[in-house]
Ligand binder design. Sequence first.
Ligand SMILES: [Zn+2]
Length: 201
Amino acid sequence: MRRVYPASTSIPRCQVCGVHEHLCFCAGFPVLATRTKIVFLQHPQEARKPTNSARLACRILSDASIVPWSRVEPPRLGDDAILLYPSPDATPLEPHELAGSATVVIPDGTWSQASRIASVLRNTPLRRRILPTGNATTWTVRQSDDPERISSAQAAAMALHLAGEPEAATSLYDAVREAGRRILAMRGISADRRDPIAPIE
Ligand SMILES: [Zn+2]
């Protein structure tokens, strides 16, 4: 079995990209305006995690925002906003739905936290949509056997790709991939070799 070294907790991390400060690459990020508004509904536990892809996305996308999630007092969202989550009644997101300045709402948390957020919102007028599965394959960003289990920022990148905003989609996708590669390196795992190397301390 592959041994996974925990990332050192003694080295300060960048609050945005989540990697050790000497590996931070945020200075190279572009800041891009988008027609599509991305809103991350962030579970409170996700806000406390050292790595969070929504924070990374908001650093790059000037029109994206994080809205704290509260189960007892769910935030008000526009009735025509699109909830991007694979609910049983969700239909595939179509590019024409993103032709204007659509708002795309993405639950941000673990899989079960995101599931509970979507469950609380099931009786709201939000449009329920799922990413087309072919899209996930095109972007080769699957991190598990389930193509729907992608990070919040990856979901945002795919929505922007569908919306015809390729520069923002590609910049975000590249940043997520690079952050993932650096975090694996912090844990002593080569993303290319997939076997342990000396942990960085
Ligand atoms: Zn950083």
